[in-house]
Structures are given as structure tokens and as C-alpha cells.
Design a protein around this ligand. Structure first.
Ligand code: DX5
Ligand code: ZN
Length: 222
């Protein structure tokens, strides 16, 4: 069974103190940092460039994962690897040659992630699992934090079945509207990594929040 991991989105963080916020998330027990990179074209929002990620790298030892919500994912991926991201995740919807995009990320020495928008079927990634380390299943329409969770349990189950049937060493991650309640059904369905932004940042005691999210996922899954 793959370990349960919490990967906080930095969107709700205080961008004036981003380095300290990252350090606090690591201290609270988070397993990775989820950088939501938006270009204002693929999604109607503009966020974090590679130089910001690079400046935050020294503040934490845990892995950085870049969720690229950008139209030019192939050009952007190397910049985020150079900025210190161990994982780079690209949207299937943004990559004309998805197999090549993921393979290139792995060839850069990073772990590759493929992201599926809520409307995109699981079988879209059937033929790229051999060059994939993470599958990120969006449970909101990308672009903003704090949105309402979209239940996609059957899609998570389908991806889990594809991964298990193929014997792939792949993390299944969900992103959007994940809180102490919604994490349960996602864990039961087969996800083991959970992005949480607004829900985690609502906890006064963030370590307690991480512990509750992890505990609920552990308890829920079979
Ligand atoms: C949305 C982002 C998500 C989002 C998660 O486009 O990819 O990572 O920030 O935030 P919450 O947990 O508040 O939905
Ligand atoms: Zn994200």
C-alpha cells in the first residue's frame, strides 16, 4: 500500500512571506509542496514563475511539485526542474504529444506527472503510464483555490485499476476541494496523495490539520 501524503497548495499562503510559509508547512508534517503554476491562458488566473519557486527552495527539504496549468508546458517544464522541483505535472489537455512531454520530464531527471481535468476521461492516459510517475486527478476545474469539490470516485477507481493492472509504480493524487471529509472517499477509491489548499490553511494548528487529513485517509482506505 502506498503511503498517504499531504501536498499543500501554496495558493492560500501569504505571498509576502512565502519562504517562511513553506518552512512552516514542512514543519507541520506536509510531505511535499504543491506549486500551482498558472499562465492566465490555460486557466483564467496568473500565479507563480520559476524564480519564485527557486527563491523558496532553500526554505524546505521536502519535494516541490509543480502543477503546470500552462499552454506551453513543454517549454515551462525544464524551468521548474531547474528551479528545484522534483516533480513536474503537465495537463493532458495542454500537451499535443503527451507521451513525449512526460518522457522529456523524466529525461530531465525529474518525476513526471500527468494531470486530468474533471471532464477528461481516465483512459486518456492509458498509453502514457510507462512514462508517468504521478497521476493528478483534478476534483475542481483548475484556476482557483477554495472551489467546491467535484466527486469523481469512479474516475479515481478507474485510474487505480489501470495502474494496478499494468503493475505501474505510480502515485494517484487528487487536487481540489480536498478536506477532512472529501479525502475519505478519495482514499477509499485509491488515491494516496492529497493536495489541500484552503482546507489545510483553515486550521489554526496546521500540524493538527495535517494529522487529521492523514488520519482520515488512513482510516478510510481498505
Ligand atoms: C486549482 C489548483 C489546486 C487548488 C487546491 O487550479 O490546481 O491545487 O489550489 O486548492 P483547494 O484545496 O482550496 O481546492
Ligand atoms: Zn494544483
Amino acid at each position: 500500500m502506498r503511503p498517504i501524503e499531504i501536498s499543500p497548495s501554496v495558493l492560500p499562503a501569504d505571498f509576502a512571506r512565502l519562504g517562511d510559509e513553506i518552512a512552516a508547512l514542512e514543519a507541520a508534517g506536509c510531505d511535499r509542496i504543491h506549486w500551482d503554476v498558472m499562465d492566465g491562458v490555460f486557466v483564467p488566473n496568473l500565479t507563480i514563475g520559476p524564480d519564485v519557486v527557486k527563491s523558496c527552495r532553500p526554505f524546505a527539504d521536502i519535494a516541490f511539485e509543480a502543477h503546470l496549468m500552462v499552454v506551453n508546458a513543454d517549454e515551462m517544464a525544464p524551468l521548474y526542474v531547474d528551479a528545484g522541483c522534483e516533480v513536474v505535472m503537465v495537463h493532458a489537455e495542454a500537451c499535443t504529444h503527451l507521451h513525449r512531454s512526460l518522457d522529456n520530464i523524466q529525461k530531465l531527471g525529474a518525476k513526471s506527472g500527468v494531470v486530468l481535468n474533471p471532464h477528461t476521461p481516465a483512459d486518456t492516459i492509458q498509453h502514457v503510464l510507462d512514462v508517468t510517475d504521478h497521476v493528478l486527478i483534478m476534483t475542481v476545474n483548475p484556476g482557483f483555490g477554495g472551489q467546491t469539490y467535484i466527486p469523481l470516485v469512479s474516475k479515481i477507481e478507474t485510474v487505480k485499476q489501470m495502474v494496478d493492472t499494468g503493475g505501474h509504480d505510480i502515485d494517484i493524487e487528487v487536487d481540489g476541494g480536498i478536506n477532512a471529509e472529501t479525502i475519505k472517499e478519495c482514499a477509499v477509491a485509491g488515491a494516496n496523495v492529497f493536495v489541500s489548499g484552503s482546507a489545510l490553511f483553515c486550521y489554526d494548528d496546521r500540524a493538527a490539520g495535517v494529522a487529521e487529513l492523514k488520519g482520515n485517509a488512513e482510516t478510510a482506505r481498505p
